[in-house]
Design a protein around this ligand. Structure first.
Ligand SMILES: *Cc1c(COP(=O)(O)O)cnc(C)c1O
Length: 339
């Protein structure tokens, strides 16, 4: 089976497993796990932030950060309508963070400083929720792994400063952006009040994410980590995999991007597929077919898994467990069921 449903499909490699097995570990809650300590230091340094905390998942990074930033019930977060907290976190901004969301729209998941200025409520207007947070997703997942240009990020951060908004970077796939643009992680992340990266996506670790920010913010994040059952013990087993991933699996994301482009170019040749290959900027390919559920079921019969994204579109994601042969196999299977 060639599994292109998500880059979360990666399994730890033999070398990664060997590193995990050999890792010296301790109780991370007492800061006695050398792997977790090293990972948090490394991530803080990479993102240009003061401190970081290891968490089981990216969703918990968003949830804890939103709860800390939306510090009074009814405060509002400004973010794209396709962002992960709006679509895929079970209503977290409302249920866990007691917040409102202000969804912005655009085809590629990005927005501008002026979009933020237009969305901010007058703080003296007691009818409106209190604008409090702006959140950016790099790369933008649902729109197809799209890249935020640096000027747009800087524009949003400038607007946030003008209006006293907190800023949060959902960097689940930040390293895909780093590799695609050549701009270092620190340049993308250091201007935000909080930022995080995921190890269980393209980086290929089995689980885990790190949330970074100022020392006081990370201390508060630890309180919520405890409260939500995210405080772990010998987490170094998985932190060792994350350290391995940062060392070994970042530069190779360029291969995933090249394969996504090959897949998109090949799909563009087939009848019945609606795709814009130029919009494939990282490792996610989105395209239209008449009936995504049936199309994916037929593709699976030929040994290739892709995922229906909505009523009209299919999503395919390249990752380190799919090689050139896997992409060839996917194109052969798609050609068989086309037309
Ligand atoms: C996957 C993802 C998350 C959540 O990360 P998990 O580790 O799966 O909980 C958050 N934001 C974006 C953009 C993602 O793609």
């Amino acid at each position: 089976m060639v599994d292109l449903r998500s880059d979360t499909a990666t399994r730890p490699s033999a070398q990664m497993r060997a590193t995990m097995a050999a890792a010296e570990v301790g109780d991370e809650q007492r800061f006695e796990d050398p792997q977790v300590n090293a990972l948090c230091e490394r991530v803080a340094e990479l993102l240009g932030q003061d401190a970081a905390v290891f968490l089981p998942s990216g969703t918990m990074c968003n949830a804890i950060a939103f709860r800390l930033h939306l510090d009074r019930p009814g405060s509002e977060a400004i973010l794209h309508r396709t962002s992960h907290p709006i679509l895929y976190e079970g209503g977290q901004p409302a249920a866990y963070s007691a917040g409102m969301v202000r969804p912005l729209d655009s085809p590629d998941g990005t927005f501008t400083g002026d979009d933020v200025r237009a969305a901010v409520h007058d703080p003296t207007n007691r009818y409106a929720p209190r604008s409090r947070l702006v959140s950016v997703e790099q790369t933008a997942n649902e729109p197809g792994g799209r890249l935020w240009p640096l000027e747009r990020v800087d524009g949003v951060l400038a607007a946030a400063v003008e209006h006293g908004l907190r800023t949060h970077l959902d960097g689940a796939r930040l390293f895909n952006a780093v590799v695609a643009t050549g701009t270092p992680a620190e340049r993308w992340a250091s201007g935000f009040d909080s930022a995080w990266i995921d190890f269980s996506k393209g980086l290929g670790a089995p689980m885990g994410a790190c949330l970074a920010g100022p020392v006081g913010f990370i201390e508060e994040a630890w309180r919520l980590k405890q409260m939500t059952g995210g405080a772990l013990r010998q987490a170094g087993i998985v932190a060792a995999a994350a350290l391995f991933a940062l060392e070994r699996n970042v530069d190779r994301l360029a291969d995933d991007h090249a394969r996504a482009r090959t897949l998109a170019d090949g799909l563009a040749q087939l009848p019945g597929i609606d795709i814009a290959p130029a919009e494939v900027e990282t490792n996610i390919v989105r395209f239209g077919v008449a009936d995504p559920v049936t199309w994916c079921a037929e593709l699976a019969e030929h040994g290739v898994l892709m995922a229906p994204l909505n009523a009209t579109q299919v999503r395919a994601v390249t990752h380190l467990d799919v090689d050139d042969d896997g992409i060839d196999a996917a194109l052969v299977a798609a050609a068989r069921i086309a037309g």
